[in-house]
Design a protein around this ligand. Structure first.
Ligand code: NAI
Length: 256
């Protein structure tokens, strides 16, 4: 039985992934604010430490996979705290437990939003590992009504961190495959409020066109994550794979 830690299992993509993994016989250790094996707030330093410690205890010190799905959208510094610093703390805290496994895998959930406009100062503070500065800059962005840049900033920073570390001795060098799935629009509680707003629906249609099969169900992303953390994935490292109905290819075009 493979032991996989998954954050965000109480809802949406994390819940779908946990279901798929349990179906195939894996042991899932779910982490979320509530309704999970480990209840912890990944937006705080104490919550992250509690999450890592509790997962390690439940896993008996060794893990085959870690998937960081938990995330928040909206105009709030929590985007930076949870989507970037919370993800890093979980992955870095659990990395030593992965390194001992025969086929260790890790994955995160980025976003098509990571290709949209960002606040470069917030991204830089994230990549510097300076959470207090990133949050202060996020608060300033909200004050000048640029808070919509924060979610894309958190996901852009995460993608850049991933590409930097995935190929280092700590990750690739110890046999841990670390990659990301970047969804387009997925029908989960996170996006439900967007559909209630007609102006937002028009913005989504332009910013995230999905010519292949339209908006995705969370299982579609769960399936992609399941493969990323499977033993079959022996050679992917540092990749951000768009599972977005063609949104990235449509918007960026053929010449990237
Ligand atoms: P969701 O809102 O359905 O689920 C997110 C889960 O994360 C919830 O169970 C929530 O309680 C948990 N969470 C939030 N803050 C937390 C914290 N501080 N500590 C612990 N757990 C926390 O959202 P969904 O759609 O399943 O999103 C999952 C991931 O996919 C997120 O990282 C999101 O940014 C990303 N994503 C989602 C897209 C979509 O269209 N739904 C598109 C692209 C990326």
């Amino acid at each position: 039985t493979r032991k996989i830690a998954v954050s965000g299992t109480a809802s949406g993509i994390g819940r779908a992934l946990a279901g798929l993994l349990r179906e195939q016989g894996d042991q899932v250790i779910g982490i979320d604010l509530k309704d999970a094996d480990v209840c912890a707030n990944l937006g705080t330093r104490d919550g992250r430490a509690l999450a890592v410690e509790s997962v390690l205890r439940l896993a008996g010190g060794a893990l085959d996979g870690v998937v960081a799905c938990a995330g928040v959208a909206g105009v709030t510094p929590l985007t930076v705290r949870v989507n970037y610093f919370g993800v890093l703390a979980l992955l870095e805290g659990l990395r030593p437990a992965l390194a001992a496994a025969p086929a260790p895998r890790a994955a995160v959930v980025c976003s098509i939003a990571g290709t949209h406009a960002v606040d470069p100062d917030v991204v830089a503070a994230c990549l510097d590992g300076d959470e207090d500065a990133a949050v202060a800059l996020a608060e300033r962005a909200i004050e000048r009504e640029a808070g919509a840049l924060l979610y894309p900033s958190s996901k852009s920073a995460l993608a850049r961190w991933l590409r930097r570390v995935a190929v280092t001795p700590e990750w690739a060098g110890t046999g841990i495959s670390l990659n990301a799935i970047a969804p387009g629009i997925v029908l989960t509680p996170m996006t439900a409020p967007l559909f209630a707003d007609e102006a937002m629906r028009a913005v989504m249609a332009t910013a995230v066109p999905m010519p292949l099969n339209g908006h995705a169900q969370p299982e579609a992303i769960g399936e992609a994550l399941r493969w990323l953390i499977s033993p079959a994935n022996t050679h992917m490292a540092g990749q951000v794979v768009y599972v977005d109905g063609g949104a990235e290819a449509t918007v960026r075009g053929p010449n990237v």
